[in-house]
Design a protein around this ligand. Structure first.
Ligand code: PEP
Length: 247
């Protein structure tokens, strides 16, 4: 059985005070949840969130560079994330791919580095509206998954989480149909089976992300292949994120 994982992507929102207040309330409200709960907060919030000593809510970052240290102005090293209590790191988010021009080769280096240092990547894959309309959804997610994982060892795979996030569904209020998402996620799992083994593929958790909210989370979680959600906008408010976690 795969433990469901629901992660909040706070993007570039919340100053330290707001982050601490939200995380404290969330920790109290989801104590008894069987779901693994993660907050992926802006870098500047992470030391304060780590100092709260949360036990139920785990911490993640939204990006990292693949080098240990050096002259990489503006970047954050994997060891720095571990130092401030991160267990997870989102990699390959569509906003990174589209706005910051991250390609599969760079994402692959980051995924390998994260796995090698013991950070758990939440690898985002997903098609654009144009690709969906052209019937290329599965081709796109298979290629993104395959390229991102090139060189990753089988024994590291259980630390990997994949988020299927159709680009057109992110922040638009227009979510993917749950059965459609289930089918795409099944295709991603099949890709893992082809790259590794069927047994390993069954162990990897694959989330859906894209306009998840309290009103639609249940539909997604009822699907057999969907193991959780990556939630942007609706994770910023503690009431709505709690409702999602308590689906
Ligand atoms: C995201 O940022 O990963 C995301 C899914 O955003 P939203 O839930 O706002 O669509």
């Amino acid at each position: 059985m795969r433990t469901p994982i629901i992660a909040g992507n706070w993007k570039m929102y919340k100053n330290v005070g707001e982050a601490v207040e939200t995380a404290r309330k969330l920790e109290e409200r989801v104590q008894d949840s069987p779901v693994e709960v993660v907050i992926c907060a802006p870098f500047t919030n992470l030391p304060a969130l780590s100092a709260l000593g949360l036990t139920k809510v785990k911490l993640g970052a939204q990006n990292m560079y693949f080098e240990d240290q050096g002259a990489f102005t503006g970047e954050i090293a994997p060891g720095m994330l571990l130092d401030v209590g991160c267990e997870y790191v989102i990699l390959g988010h569509s906003e990174r791919r589209q706005i910051f021009k991250e390609d599969d080769e760079l994402i692959n280096k980051k995924v390998l580095k994260a796995l090698n240092v013991g950070l758990k990547p939440i690898l985002c894959v997903g098609e654009t509206l144009e690709e969906r309309r052209a019937g290329r959804t599965e081709e796109v997610v298979v290629a993104q998954t395959t390229r991102a994982l090139a060189g990753a060892a089988a024994e590291q795979l259980t630390n990997l989480v994949i988020a299927y996030e159709p680009v057109w569904a992110i922040g638009t209020g227009e979510n993917c149909d749950a059965e459609d998402a289930n089918q795409v996620i099944a295709r991603i799992r099949q890709t893992l089976a082809e790259l590794y083994t069927a047994d390993l593929a069954q162990q990897v958790r694959i989330q859906y992300g894209g306009s998840v909210k309290p009103a639609n989370i249940k539909e997604f979680m009822e699907q057999p292949e969907i193991d959780g959600a990556l939630v942007g906008g609706a994770s910023l408010d503690v009431d709505s994120f709690t409702s999602i976690i308590r689906y």
